[in-house]
Design a protein around this ligand. Structure first.
Ligand SMILES: Cc1cc2nc3c(=O)[nH]c(=O)nc-3n(C[C@H](O)[C@H](O)[C@H](O)COP(=O)(O)O)c2cc1C
Length: 203
């Protein structure tokens, strides 16, 4: 199984990237057979959606197809979003707009949000309300909100405080659930019941 991880911060040296790297290490330790694909939108920004995407122009084929293939091969998805101005950063919103070929459809997704203070709830609400309609991504009921991020997840897997232990435990639990959802939902995707030809867009 492959899991796709997207970090939504625009910053090159972001705390979201630190969290992503921690998650990749945790996945490797707990699920040696699970592969991961990591896309950091701070380091590899994607072009902003424009109408030529619908025409599948050469430019889009070059820039988006490699990402699209990795997502299509993945069975589960993790979105890491910092809270910026109480919102999800625009590169992550753009990413969901680009996923218009069912790359994420009927696959389980885990939301991980990041805040240097006590934020992190707004991006959860925003992702749950606005990112799934056409992508058909299934956010799992668990989510991980990482507050005071500079103080946690700095040393895999040695917790340096109670808060660090709690967040590492919750992260591991959520990853285990995500992997199980990933296994279970492939049966649904192969069931023949999905009809994206008659129903190309959600309502
Ligand atoms: C433009 C901008 C806006 C921010 N707005 C918020 C906010 O609304 N709430 C919050 O808790 N933190 C906010 N922060 C601080 C982030 O929580 C902090 O930068 C954290 O490290 C996560 O972002 P990063 O992944 O880019 O490092 C903001 C940071 C930036 C750069």
């Amino acid at each position: 199984m492959k899991i796709a991880i997207v970090s939504g911060s625009h910053r090159v040296q972001s705390q979201s990237k630190k969290v992503a790297q921690f998650i990749i290490k945790m996945l490797k330790a707990d699920f040696p057979a699970v592969e991961s694909y990591y896309l950091d939108l701070g380091i590899h920004p994607l072009p902003e959606w424009d109408e030529s995407k619908w025409e599948n122009s050469d430019d889009w084929r070059t820039k988006w197809s490699p990402v699209s293939s990795e997502l299509t091969e993945s069975s589960a998805f993790i979105a890491i979003s910092p809270e910026w101005g109480g919102m999800v950063p625009s590169r992550l919103k753009n990413f969901f707009l680009l996923c218009d070929q069912n790359e994420l459809a009927h696959k389980p997704g885990l939301i991980v949000t990041v805040s240097s203070g006590r934020g992190g709830t707004y991006p959860v609400a925003e992702l749950r309300i606005s990112s799934y309609k056409n992508t058909r991504l299934l956010w799992i009921p668990e989510q991980v909100i990482i507050q005071n991020v500079e103080t946690v997840l700095n040393q895999p897997f040695a917790a340096t405080s109670d808060a660090d232990r709690l967040i590492q435990d919750r992260l591991l639990y959520s990853l285990r659930l995500l992997v199980k959802y990933g296994e279970c939902l492939s049966a649904l995707r192969n069931s023949g019941v999905i009809d994206h030809v008659r129903f190309p867009y959600g309502i």
